[in-house]
Design a protein around this ligand. Sequence first.
Ligand code: ATP
Length: 434
Amino acid sequence: MLDVEKNDLLEKVTSLAKRRGIIYPNSEIYGGIGGFYDYGPVGVEMKNNLKRYWWKDMVDRRENVVGIDGTIITHPKVWEASGHVENFGDEVVECKKCHQRYRPEDIEGKCPKCGSSDFTEPRSYNMLFETEVGVLEGAKMKAYLRGEACQTIYLDFKNVVDSTRMQVPFGIAQIGKAFRNEITPGKLTYRSREFEQWDMQFFVHPDEMEKWFKYWMDERMRFYKELYRKQENLRFRQHPKEKLVFYAKDAYDVEYLAPWGWAENEGIHWRSDYDLTQHSKFSGKDLSYTDPKSGEKYIPWIVETSGGVDRTLLMLLFDAYEEEDLGDGNSRTVLKIHKDIAAYKAAIFPLVSNKEDITKKARDVFELLSEDIKVIWDDRGNIGKRYRYQDEIGTPFCITIDYESLENDTVTVRERDSMKQERIKIEDLREYLS
Ligand code: ATP
């Protein structure tokens, strides 16, 4: 294995992401727009797989969590109740010499660009994106693109209780877009202005808060440990007591060691009854819960797990990226990404593209496998080049259909990480790959 310098990793992953259709800068032909990214043909598959993986873990396998899909624009009062209109700030300082702007926590006394240590005092900016609902002048209503996805979960809490069989303790999960007018977007998708969050709000009786907080901390760390390869790059960071908001008793970030240092992947927050109480107050609607068994009426407390889909995918790319020396002056770049997240589970290679019976057999294999898994077709260039390409996008298996396949219905299956090749019967392929 070749050592990829930490300092180079962000650049290498950014270049690979662009070159191989994972992540493109948005509006690139117009010079780009800071903090907005598109996912290419490979990236969209990875991102969808990642979201499915989360949903399976957080919703499908649990009897006490259900999902919703809320809107991006809500009634503007939501953001007054949540405190975002008044205070959804980021602090910014400006270097007096080169006028570059930074978040105070991103500098260590010196301007990373020009080295000066002369900064302005920190100023606060509101990060909510504003928009207008309605078309007629005078009848337009100012509204906001949601600054965090979780607010729609609080808004729908009562609807979910009234329309399903759920009883506290239970959770509501959602994956959805959030928008923040970040002052210093950067590090590829790490800090974007439009991004996706995976959120779960777990509603509990106040007496059980401690227990469930601990439970979700353990569950979320297990989730990330199963997803990432390099376990030593994962840790919890407890928020210092003096930085906690008044209603929070505790908060932890799940952090991953990014090329620039420890970086937040997800927050696990003790939110007490703050959110439902605020929305009760601002809406005038009673959002308390009545226990159907004991008859007790109370505002449930909330354990929140709130993470970033784009951030997780980016960190998975850091986690998976390897350059390997193959001897004889050859090397390869390989993404050793979790097999469930890889864009394609297998690539289908007809050995040569101009032999009709080989192409036909390869098509049969493609059709057979695409019933269960996502496969990709590649008949361009020699097999070695095709392996290199699939390694770079992290395809776990490459299947070559050759002359021997025509004789005995077997194919060569080559595994990504070990590069081992095996001869497998076509009829056994589905089982082999699963
Ligand atoms: P940070 O301190 O890095 O700005 P945050 O503490 O404001 O993050 P939360 O409000 O807790 O973030 O949001 C939950 C999750 O949403 C984060 O853990 C992160 O994964 C993701 N997230 C937040 N802001 C961004 C962003 N600008 N771009 C991409 N993902 C983000």
